[in-house]
Design a protein. Sequence first.
Length: 702
Amino acid sequence: MTHVAQSLARSAVVGCEHVDRAVYREWVWRHHPTPSVRSARMKAYDDFTGEWPRLDDWFRAPLRRRLWEGSGDDFGPAGPSMVMPYLTYLSLVGGVGLDYPLLLGRQFAGPFTVSVHPGGLGVDLDLFERNVSRLAQLGYSAKGAKGVLCWPFGRMLLHRGDPDLAALTLSDLEGLRCGVEEFTELLRHDHVRVDFARPRSGHENQDPAGSYFDTATGRINAAQAVLFNTGQIAVPAPGRSDRVDWSQNLLPSGAPPKIRAVVERYLRLRLDADPDRPENVRHSRDALRRFVEWLVIAHPEITNLADLRRGHAEEFLRWAGKLTNKRTGLPLAMTTRRGLVTNLTVFVNQTATWGWEDTPGRVLFTRGDIPKVAKSLPRFISDPMLASLMAAVGELADPYQRAALIVARWSGARRAEIRRLTTDCLDAYPDGHPRLRIPVGKGWTERSIPLHPKAADALRPLIELARGQAARPRYDARAGRAVNYVFTLRGKLLSCGFLFDCSLKMACTAAGLVHPDGRQMISAHRFRHTVGTQLAEGGARLQTIMAVLGHRTPHMSLIYASLSDQTVKQQYQDALDRHIGADVNIAGPAARALREHTLDPQAVSWLQTNFLKTELELGHCLRLPQEGPCECDLILTCSKFLTTSDYTPRLAQRRETELALVQDAVERGWDREVERHQRTADRLAQLIADLQPTLDAQDLSR
């Protein structure tokens, strides 16, 4: 017997005795009018009491013998399926609490089954039926709601030895959860045979213990959901992403006690300080676990973090730089390594500031140790990919998944913000256009944005469904108030994994947007990048992009704006792509070098980057920085001067000015000024003729 089985055995009820036969017979005769049932109940009682005269001995017997029916020396004739009616009477009428190993190990008729227990157990069947109806209102099927609640309610009552259904508390639910966890370990390690702990259809690869745990946990969550919504308990049922305590079972078994104590204390403190952001604690946990794993192997002599020095940190950094991803075999991503060092730095600095004992208390890591990452541009979804993806999203069967992705596509909201949308999130502007209120998210501020009618149409049925459930509001720590969520099913808030990860995987597969290794090409966050890019390309102001995406600073919004600056794009195309093409003519001394591709690569590279900075009044100066500053104003004859047909109107206007100056100089008798301005006018006429071959320079000079 393992330590788990031993701990379960120690939880057995002791100090109780069998009820007198005459008393039990009188109760059976009063509540069971059928003779065959009366005979079967009394025979089971006689067999059980005959084999186990002392009830304490039965509670202390091995679990295998108490669970299994059989013959021979190992098992007695009265198995649990026969004796459970008597044990139910003993618990709910006699006040004897039954242990969870027995209650979890076998199926039996619960105290709400009238055909087996017609009455007399003291259970409020009307209250049970009201709970069943309330669970059906929360989204469970009316047919299955009763069976879902029978399992946890019946076992909690029998474990308490009290038939009062209204007396169940959150402690009873947690006790049943612990019992299920321990019994699952018993199934896994002691190989106790339980007939109904088989994998469900379609889950043949799942072990029986895992199947049992999933089924039992789902039923317990249903019980918690209905008790919360009826006001009997104050804590709502956990969703799939809310059940993990990142402060437990963190470090390798060889971790020294003082190191383990400090790490667990630190993570519990962080989890208590920010309970609605467990992912932050998970990142700290992963970093500390890697560090302690390395420390146990590389320096087993260190049993206290206070003994660490800078040299140990440098050695760890060299080791971490060689880590690889176990799935791909590639080096760890730069962001993973960055998070690793950042979280360790925060841990060392915070514990030093707090003055904790058994911590380094000195600088181990600095900002210079944190790997630098390149700032990547937002990855928006191209129009063809977006069209095929949204067509596949529209075919998703689950309305919650479909609505979540459609809202993400048209709002640009983050995953966690969409998941926490409330039932009053949708209204309209005075002109009737839908408006969405996005809850407090990463920026800790609410915002209200326009919403595409397609997204509003996907949300409205879910809002009505949530309102119809009349669920009890649950407290939102970020919003600071009790709210009703839209994306709830059966009284539980749906996870981001279900709403986005699973749905996008199906949609990308249907649309053919998968990599060769089977991974999907599109993530939910790319919808956000797409909305930002489309707003910028549509000419939206920077403040508008910030308001829609919820940016607290203009830095991220500026990235979208710079990506989509149509003026820069147009000038780039006009100045570079088309200057040497057939659509735009070029003229000037530098034109020959461009046509004949005699510019060296360094000059070409500089011009591609700085061409817009070379603009003059009548063209561009292609003088490179290493050639020094321009020492004259002879731009029309300088070998570095270049102009294009875009500047023809300016050249013509300048020529008219020069001709007017010629006339003025003639009237004043300034012969040298007449010559200078006439040469400039002739040069301008030649440039215009080069840009417009149909004109003749001599005609222009007349």
